[in-house]
Design a protein around this ligand. Structure first.
Ligand SMILES: NC(=O)c1ccc[n+]([C@@H]2O[C@H](COP(=O)([O-])OP(=O)(O)OC[C@H]3O[C@@H](n4cnc5c(N)ncnc54)[C@H](OP(=O)(O)O)[C@@H]3O)[C@@H](O)[C@H]2O)c1
Length: 346
């Protein structure tokens, strides 16, 4: 493997594309080689993202009319549009990390019902590996296509894996997940309900029980545990730029303590450098802001428990997790370019 690999970013003008530039500009094993967009075609990165102060400049090109000469591509475009981009790159022999939802669901019919879009490359759904490094490191290493998890799905699943693994939650158990997420989770395109006067100082539920990440979460629970649970998933939009806080409520047949949960979670994530299981304090969005770190904490009473997970939707929920997957795919140090990130505080 050369000292530096060439990276391409498709959808470089958007929130996750920009976040990739911010992270990769410090990555020791990467050369940002080519960038693609739609409306932003012909614009240079120095004009598109002047705040990044990049030491190089590239022109944003049209993906389908240009050749592709990088080793790995990050696809940061809306679902439905990513599928043809990923498929073309795959058929050209490139390795791809797709940040959209297009290759996360294994059943095309589930994807089509959930996203209301026809899938044109159903044969590739089984090729794609779900990009949860804490669980699928071995599969990610050899993957041609990595389907990066949805941000809310990632936070929820990280709260659930140790409960499923330890048997504290079982087949058909009811689990309630209350999720709060910042507005950047919706991407940069304009929407009336995301305008500043509407969202500022606001907090509102959206898609309660029917959010698009529910089929992804259910699929991955059954993939991991071999059974399903009765999941009640209610996301809320919070008037903050970025960050997710998930609260996962469960009951067990036995009495549970904070000490026991700490032991279970610490053991489960002992080989996961970005998951920080905390004991005396509770997770907060500000503690992980703009980093790839995830905080997990708990509270218990008799046989009831709540697990809290804080992560940043644009980093651990998208671009930094994608870089973590790239590190694994190319056998770089797993934490390369990511471990030095600390949250902005206050
Ligand atoms: N935002 C999050 O927190 C988050 C978290 C996890 C996953 N994701 C997923 O990541 C993907 C990108 O999200 P985002 O928030 O970065 O979206 P965004 O801010 O809305 O940006 C979308 C990008 O897609 C580009 N694009 C659209 N159509 C294109 C085409 N046909 N060819 C090339 N580029 C095209 C746009 O380029 P132009 O400006 O040039 O038109 C823009 O750069 C989405 O699938 C999203 O669901 C987002």
């Amino acid at each position: 493997m050369p000292e530096k690999i060439k990276v391409g970013i498709v959808g470089v003008s958007g929130y996750t594309g920009r976040e990739l530039l911010r992270i990769l500009k410090y990555h020791p094993n990467v050369q940002i080689f080519e960038v693609f967009g739609s409306q932003s075609r012909g614009v240079f990165l120095s004009n598109l993202h002047p705040m990044l102060n990049l030491k190089f400049d590239l022109e944003v090109k049209d993906f389908f009319s240009e050749s592709h000469n990088a080793d790995v591509y990050f696809v940061c475009v809306p679902h439905g549009k990513a599928q043809d981009v990923v498929s073309l790159l795959y058929r050209e022999g490139k390795r791809v990390i797709d940040l959209s939802a297009d290759y996360r669901l294994k059943e095309a019919s589930v994807y089509e019902n959930t996203y209301g879009v026809k899938h044109n490359h159903k044969d590739l759904l089984q090729v794609a590996v779900y990009g949860m490094p804490e669980i699928f490191k071995a599969n990610i290493r050899n993957a041609a296509i990595v389907a990066n998890p949805g941000c809310l799905a990632r936070a929820t699943l990280l709260s659930l894996y140790p409960l499923l693994d330890s048997g504290l939650i079982k087949n058909k158990d009811c689990v309630v997940v209350d999720a709060k997420t910042g507005v950047s989770g919706a991407g940069m395109s304009l929407r009336d309900d995301l305008h500043f006067p509407h969202m500022n100082e606001n907090l509102k539920p959206y898609a309660p029980l029917h959010h698009r990440h529910v089929p992804e979460i259910i699929q991955e629970i059954s993939n991991f545990a071999g059974f399903s649970i009765n999941l009640m998933f209610v996301p809320h939009l919070v008037a903050i730029d970025r960050g997710i806080l998930v609260s996962t409520y469960f009951t067990t047949s036995e009495e549970i303590s904070n000490e026991k949960l700490f032991e279970i979670y610490s053991n489960f994530y002992s080989d996961s450098p970005f998951v920080k299981v905390i004991y005396r304090n509770l997770p907060e969005i500000k503690n992980v802001r703009a980093t790839n770190y995830v905080q997990i904490g708990f509270e218990t009473s008799n046989n009831s428990g709540v697990v809290f997970v804080a992560l940043d939707n644009l980093t651990s929920g998208a671009s930094a997790n994608a870089v973590h997957n790239m590190n694994i795919m190319f056998d770089f140090k797993e934490t390369s370019g990511l471990e030095e990130m600390s949250p902005l505080y206050p």
